[in-house]
Design a protein. Structure first.
Length: 531
């Protein structure tokens, strides 16, 4: 319920029943007539969870948007944690001078990237290299690991440290973790004709301050280095011909969540699938199922028409090599009453949407010449946009809400009975039937407040089916002593309003200046005690 409707009920109770007189006998009865509150209700109050927009002619439409898919770097691929082991075994026994290098080797190491993805370049947002080195040489050794294909501001990634001499029982050992955030990776290998490939250089030298030492045949130096938690900011290459299944995915549809009964017939519904592609790949999406559901009555509707099972082609984004980095490609697929039954899906007054489909990356293969690209902050998105012009036929369209209600018995003990008059100046072209019910602390109904006349009559429309002059209605609520006593027991009040449009079967537009003005007046019998 809207703030105004809640305020409406709170003021009724607060102002009507807050009088308190402390007089002794004798006593007499008086009539108290008092205006209580003036307020206005608009469609924003009745449809609190919808987003209303005003058209050029002043009529209203409801707009709803939901994300369907979001493909980013984590969706397309991951650079998995990769452990690389490089083992050097001394081939011949020899004496090594202090400072002399006895092992140096350049190697290509391939990262474990799957799904046919062939990367040639990456910029790393965050990640680490964990390095362990074991040495069986019986003297201190300086070990160096260079990732020749990794650089930061032109400097090659370089890790170096000293390993203590091995003993007869244990090898020398060294470990460290190196932050590779913001590093660039050239993944084309030594000859720049490979993909997913790093070039490393491992070097082992006798420490300059060490003694001459005999390095024995069979002695080992083992380099273990692991790429851990690597998150790329930007990658380039060929991202493969990948297939993605999305859904069945269910999402809330919160436009009609206060409506519990009745039917609605919409003149038109416009739905679009909006694609924003910030990735340098072509894509093809197929929507295989789209279903709406009303959980309160189990009504469902399934989309049919040309959009179902028809491939939608999405062009790749273009890299700018400037700011912003990407020129997005955009595509919009229309779903309306001329090419589908989309109005039926909305007319069940759904609170859930369920959809599924598939997405193909690079459906035509490597047509970019391995120049696919992806920035982490520029994904491929598909959004569902629903526009419902409020031109409709409504029958018993019922909204229900509950408000807290607390009336102090002390404040109403001298009220005998009375009437509550609701003067409604209705500027909408629909009748509104009002029901008020009292609930206990367990939300259980224990009393319905009787209205002699519970209908707020619709305003008449002109030949253009537009309201020119509001319609006045008066609702009378009788309150007996028992009713007043019941009010003191209530913890909540349930308000039910059922709307029905006039001038049927014509569709009636709802305009932004439509409103209902409400004025509340109380006429109470009150027992006054005097000293």
């Amino acid at each position: 319920m809207t703030t105004k409707l809640k305020l409406f009920l709170i003021i009724i109770t607060a102002l009507f029943f807050s009088c308190k007189k402390n007089f002794d006998a004798p006593s007499w009865d008086i009539e108290v007539l008092a205006p209580l509150v003036n307020t206005s209700l608009t469609l924003n109050d009745l449809l609190k969870d919808s987003l209303l927009e005003t058209n050029a002619d002043g009529s209203l439409q409801m707009v709803y948007q939901s994300d369907l898919i979001d493909i980013d770097v984590d969706s397309l691929f991951k650079i998995p944690d990769t452990t690389i082991v490089e083992e050097f075994v001394v081939p011949l026994t020899s004496v090594v001078n202090p400072g002399s290098t006895f092992y140096s080797n350049d190697e290509e190491k391939e990262l474990s990237i799957s799904n046919g993805i062939e990367l040639n370049y990456a910029q790393i947002e965050s990640g680490f290299i964990d390095l362990e080195v074991f040495s069986e040489v019986k003297e201190r050794v300086v070990v160096t690991l260079k990732i020749l294909s990794a650089s930061l501001n032109g400097d090659t990634l370089f890790i170096a440290d000293t390993i203590e001499a091995a003993t007869t029982s244990a090898p020398g050992y060294f470990s460290t973790s190196f932050d590779i955030s913001n590093y660039e990776l050239d993944l084309t290998g030594i000859n720049h004709n490979s993909t997913n490939t790093l070039v490393t250089k491992a070097v082992a030298s006798l420490h300059p301050d060490a003694f001459f030492v005999q390095v024995n045949s069979g002695d080992k130096i083992i380099f273990n280095y692991k790429f851990r938690d690597v998150v790329p900011y930007y990658v380039k290459g060929y991202f493969g011909n990948q297939q993605y299944q999305f859904g069945p995915e269910t999402t809330d549809f919160n436009v009609f969540n206060t409506i519990v009964d009745g039917t609605i017939d919409l003149d038109d519904v416009n739905v679009t699938l909006d694609f924003e592609n910030g990735i340098g790949v072509d894509a093809q999406m197929t929507l295989t199922s789209f279903v709406t559901q009303n959980l309160s009555n189990n009504n469902t509707a399934t989309l049919s028409g040309s959009v179902i099972n028809s491939p939608i082609n999405i062009n790749r984004a273009q890299e700018t090599y400037s700011v912003p980095e990407v020129n997005y490609s955009y595509y919009q697929k229309q779903i309306n009453t001329s090419n589908s039954n989309i109005d039926e899906l909305i007319e069940v007054l759904p609170d859930k949407l369920t959809y599924e489909g598939n997405l193909t990356i690079n459906p035509l293969g490597n047509i970019s010449g391995s120049n696919d690209f992806l920035f982490k902050k520029h994904p491929l998105k598909a959004k569902l946009n629903v526009e419902m012009p409020l031109s409709l036929v409504a029958n018993n369209l019922t909204l229900v809400d509950t408000v807290d209600f607390n009336l102090d018995e002390e404040n109403v003990k001298n009220i005998i009975d009375g009437n509550l008059f609701v003067y409604a100046d209705n500027g909408y072209p629909f009748d509104a039937d009002l029901t008020l019910e009292l609930l206990d602390q367990n939300n259980q109904l224990f009393k319905t407040i009787t209205l002699i006349n519970n209908r707020i009559e619709a305003a008449p429309v002109n030949s253009l089916l537009k309201v020119e002059t509001p319609k006045m209605s008066v609702l009378n609520i009788l309150l007996s002593a028992a009713d007043i006593s019941a009010l003191t027991l209530a913890k909540k009040m349930k308000l039910t309003v059922a709307f029905t449009t006039t001038a049927q079967p014509n569709y009636l537009k709802i305009y932004s200046d439509y409103k209902i003005d409400l004025k509340l007046v109380g006429d109470f019998g009150y027992q006054v005690n005097a000293d």
